[in-house]
Design a protein around this ligand. Sequence first.
Ligand code: KDG
Ligand code: MG
Length: 402
Amino acid sequence: MKITAARVIVTCPGRNFVTLKIETDQGVYGIGDATLNGREKAVATCLEEHVAPLLIGRDPQRIEDIWQFLYRGSYWRRGPVQLSAVSAVDTALWDIKGKLAGMPLYQLLGGRSRERVLCYGHANGETLDDTVAAVGKYIDLGYRAIRAQSGIPGIEKAYGIARGEMHYEPADAALPTETVWDTSKYLRFVPTLFERLREEFGDEPELLHDVHHRLTPNEAAQLGKALEPHRLFWMEDPTPAENQDAFRLIRERTTTPIAVGEIFNTIWDAKTLIENQWIDYIRTTVLRAGGITHLRRIADFASLYQVRTGSHGATDLSPVTMGAAVHFDTWVPNFGIQEYMRHSEETDAVFPHDYRFEDGFLHCGEAPGHGVDIDEQLAAKYPYKPAQLPVARLEDGTMWNW
Ligand code: KDG
Ligand code: MG
């Protein structure tokens, strides 16, 4: 069996997506997601110019060998562009293997560990009252776990606030939007948000919050401590994680659970965090961390240290990633939670899929492979639109982490 084509499809049904379609001489094909928000063309070019030519003529059934070939063979190994490309290939190959076997992906991985996959949605609002109302809306929709982000008094364009009903899209302009950041205002406000949410909704809903890399370790420890009475499911990305040792300080000072890893590309980005048990949840994804092949390795390593999975699932990860993720989550023994931001109707139409949301849980389908396809004719109607992520500056103009 041989790979005959590896085609890249770039489409913008409301937002940009890069999709890889691998075709074989037996008519079976597989789909992988290669979207890297704000840098889509870099991965598309990497795939088209450097990776696709290497795949032609190879046996698509040799997933592990192809992974090693692409990772070691480039010499440069890591990085988000390279690993998003490798992930797309790997996801497409697992899709092909499932179709050849006539089995859904979770079966190939070892079968069901659970009946359904707990997921969390994104509630947000410009003001505290709006955010409380948004959390209420998610509870009404059946969500049991909700991430809450609110506008901060005195900060313009705080992180995580939707500009349209339910679909948060931060990559909002061809050139990065400038936002402002003020740590003290944020630290004063966030505990009041979660105090209010517990008052309104009681102990039952799981509440999550994304700090989005904005704090120093000591500030993150202060926030974690202040949030302890409100029993968060997790505090995400409290500080940038290039220096994994920074998390020791946070861990030693607060019991608020910590989740990290949506921008990680391999196990090496998380090794120190996991083996020291400085985090509770690892957020690596099928799309960014080497596909199913490498994500499984990370999850297995994490399981040795009682770290659970909590994969990234924002709208810039296409339904292809979401489909593969729900299969992965259905199997992975040390599953924690899955992020689930709904895609727009246009996006869902371009990527027909069989996973579904019901009563706060995601369910994978039984179609062979990961259960997500691409309607190429429809995709062609939505040409690429340049869009970059915002940047953040302190009030005095200093660049900060967005
Ligand atoms: O492209 C960037 C988004 O995926 C990111 O800002 C979303 O942090 C995020 C999250 O937790 O979903
Ligand atoms: Mg995040």
